[in-house]
Design a protein around this ligand. Structure first.
Ligand SMILES: Cc1ncc(COP(=O)(O)O)c(C=O)c1O
Length: 426
């Protein structure tokens, strides 16, 4: 690799996925397209989202409630168009995936099914400094069951002086608490550090300890390859507004291993939309679940949110999940190559990278601990139309994504940052 603009442009010229950028609406800055590296926060709007929403609005206008049964895409079957592409993305069987609610709501619902404290076995292992919503979910959920959070929640964090959590420490904590462990609920990728966890190893260790295991995949779904079924994960959930480009507050996704679909021992909070499909409209007493992940649905589906999700998933399918993964790796390797050059040029005095460098321990996101006036650099990048994000007290996060970011954008970002750091030192 060579650190120069023509080389970056040559990578774009060879990129088979380059045309997919045009599938998205790129926000502008002073009349030109922004360099948008916030796909880890809110993915960009696909051009076709409007058309998919319009189709639902048209069916509503034309058929009223009959839209559930009529039109090109009857609403009653709309859900099926989402689960097949999602199953590929998360490595599940299609009937193990359901699209419903939003992430924090789904975390609570899955806790109902998979956190079943009994006797001594009532502890939960989770990441220290998980995303706040997860922390609030744990705290309030265990309080609701009559426990003190500090008695049942075990947080595993980085060692002193380190930023990321060692797999060996997670596995050791699981083993240490194996007689009292009910659940391991971990993140796929940490929102702050960008660390990708070894989900396969965590799942294996949790189950060997006799606990259930689940993952919050907010930062992993649509970002890195997942094999939830093969890893034998019990359950997982994610949001669709980041790497899945389905819009602000997009509908979330859930995976539930098929072994639970017929299990009468599994509790759940039910609603009519999870009721067996062929007899749902008989409106009878006594809940009979659909024998698939769909049996966890509660409410009438949100068709407009489905439509936005469909638009985004269509693009992933057209690009091809494997091709997307190849580009993600290439784009990220390119970013790291340039960042390491920058690190050498600045003598390591300006930035400490907290995202692991190994390819197997990261996705699209890179988190940089800014050692000098990072907020000033962040403001200058924003003023230059380069959109990254700032996390207190001193971290810049960015995530070039394969569907709409380019190798040239990555080069321009690192080049601009280098010049800004050099100006700071003068
Ligand atoms: C790791 C993680 N968990 C939970 C959430 C909360 O998701 P929601 O607001 O969709 O419930 C987020 C949001 O970004 C997140 O990153």
């Amino acid at each position: 690799m060579e650190n120069n603009l023509p080389y970056a442009q040559s990578l774009d010229a060879q990129d088979p996925l380059a045309p997919f950028r045009n599938e998205f609406l790129i926000p502008e800055h002073k009349g030109s397209q922004q360099i948008y590296f916030l796909g880890n926060s809110l993915g960009l709007q696909p051009r076709r989202t409007q058309a998919r929403l319009q189709e639902v609005l048209n069916a509503w206008a034309q058929y009223g409630v009959e839209g559930f049964f009529m039109g090109g895409q009857p609403w009653l079957q709309y859900h099926d168009t989402l689960t097949a592409p999602l199953a590929t993305i998360v490595g599940a069987l299609p009937h193990e995936v359901v699209v419903m609610n939003q992430l924090t709501v789904n975390l609570h619902l899955l806790m109902v099914s998979f956190y079943r404290p009994q006797g001594r076995r009532r502890k939960i292992i989770c990441e220290a400094k998980a995303f706040p919503s997860d922390q609030y979910m744990f705290e309030t959920h265990v309080k609701h069951l009559g426990f003190h959070p500090e008695e049942v929640i075990i947080e595993v964090g980085p060692r002193v002086g380190e930023h990321t959590i060692r797999t060996e420490d997670i596995l050791q904590a699981i083993d240490q608490h194996k007689d009292e462990l009910a659940l391991v609920l971990w993140g796929g990728i940490n929102y702050y550090t960008g660390q990708l966890f070894d989900m396969s190893a965590i799942a294996k260790a949790a189950q060997a300890a006799g606990a259930k295991v689940g993952f919050d995949l907010a930062h992993a779904a649509g970002n890195v390859p997942l094999q939830l079924h093969q890893w034998n994960v019990d359950f997982a959930c994610w949001c669709s507004y980041k790497y899945l480009n389905s819009g602000p507050g997009a509908i979330g996704g859930v995976y539930i291993h098929e072994r639970y679909h017929h299990d009468p021992e599994i509790h759940r909070f039910a609603g009519w939309w999870g009721y067996q499909k062929d007899t749902r409209f008989l409106m009878q007493k006594g809940f009979v679940p659909i024998p698939s992940a769909e049996g966890w649905q509660l409410s009438t589906p949100s068709l407009l949110l489905y439509a936005a999700h469909k638009a985004a998933l269509e693009i992933v399918s057209e690009a091809g999940w494997d091709q997307l993964q190849q580009k993600r790796k290439k784009l990220n390797d390119w970013l790291w190559f340039l960042l390491e050059d920058l690190e050498k040029a600045t003598g390591g005095a300006a930035i400490e990278f907290i995202t692991p460098r190994e390819e197997t321990a990261r996705g699209c996101q890179v988190s940089m601990l800014m050692l000098r006036d990072g907020k000033q650099l962040f403001d200058q990048l924003t003023a230059a139309g380069i959109m990254v994000d700032w996390r207190e007290p001193n971290v810049i996060r960015l995530a070039p994504v394969p569907l709409y970011n380019t190798f040239e954008e990555v080069w321009r970002f690192v080049d601009t940052l280098k010049k800004l750091i050099e100006q700071q030192v003068k």
